[in-house]
Design a protein around this ligand. Structure first.
Ligand code: SAM
Length: 271
């Protein structure tokens, strides 16, 4: 067990170093369009906007917030947001944007699994999105945190890439990884989803999580399922071989409508 913990620490450190390298290229990328964001454009997509609706006056914990654009977008809509990420470069930039835009979000730099050492209290909403679960080895510990930080009656919402798509090597569309969480994977990476030509190289470690693993972990921690959907598109053109099938919807070329790319889950902590 302690050996497993030590191994995870090694993986987290490598991932943290890699994410730190990604932040500045991401901030310069068209993908994140920071200039547009500063001028008032939202970074949120219609799917999460529709799912959470009016967040005015709601307290929100945003897990794995990267450099905080989505946290700040919810803040602009009137939520009181606390964003969490373990990349110090990301949190530094999130705080700079918060100050520059005269907003009142708060940002905490920590591994999500260590959050209880840094944050007390409970929230109306816990939110996390797009590219988050694969960096976490243990869904039970993660779900326990989600439930811990929700007020009774509070809502957990996740919109995430679909685990079935993570079985595939994106470059050649070959079935490469297992569906189930049986081991950690190591990948040498170049560039990033936000800018494939960015001068970023490094190593990342990730884990596969089946839908049943994710949902069961949340149910076991007392949350009730309100909404579960799967989609054949992504709002981001962030994988190779994608085609825009309608405005802002990207699907796998030659497999339009056939491959799940995203899922959303809305769950409630009972009163
Ligand atoms: C793909 S990004 C999240 C995407 C987000 N929707 C966005 O683009 O604004 C994943 C984030 O998870 C963070 N992360 C990965 N593992 C983490 C961990 N164990 N604890 C906290 N943050 C973590 C990374 O630093 C990165 O900022």
């Amino acid at each position: 067990m302690s050996n497993k913990k030590e191994k995870n620490t090694e993986y987290f450190e490598a991932n943290q170093a890699h994410w730190n390298k990604c932040v500045l290229p991401h901030a310069k990328s068209d993908f994140y369009d920071v200039e547009g964001f500063k001028k008032g454009k939202t970074s949120l997509n219609s799917i999460e906007l529709a799912a959470l609706g009016d967040v005015k006056g709601q307290s929100m914990l945003h897990l794995q917030c990267h450099f905080g654009q989505d946290s700040l977008a919810w803040t602009r809509m009137g939520a009181k947001v606390t964003g969490v990420d373990f990349s110090s470069t990301a949190i530094e930039l999130a705080r700079e944007l918060n100050t520059e835009l005269a907003l009142d979000a708060e940002f905490i730099c920590t591994n999500v699994y260590d959050l209880k050492k840094h944050l007390k209290g409970q929230f109306d909403i816990v939110f996390t999105s797009y590219g988050v679960l694969g960096w976490l080895p243990d869904m039970d510990r993660w779900a326990e945190l989600v439930a811990h930080y929700l007020k009774p009656g509070g809502i957990f919402y996740i919109v995430e890439f679909h685990p079935t798509y993570y079985m595939i090597d994106f470059d050649n569309l070959q079935l490469t990884y297992p569906y189930f969480n049986i081991e950690v994977f190591k990948e040498e990476v170049e560039g990033s989803y936000a800018d494939r030509d960015a001068d970023i190289t490094g190593v990342e470690y990730f884990w596969q999580h089946s839908l049943s693993e994710i949902i069961t972990a949340l149910l076991k921690n007392g949350l009730q399922l309100e909404q579960f959907d799967e989609f054949p598109y992504s709002p981001y053109n962030c994988f190779p071989n994608m085609v825009e099938t309608s405005k802002g919807k990207y699907e796998v070329k030659d497999h339009e409508g056939n491959i799940p790319l995203m899922f959303e889950l809305k769950m409630k902590k009972p009163l």
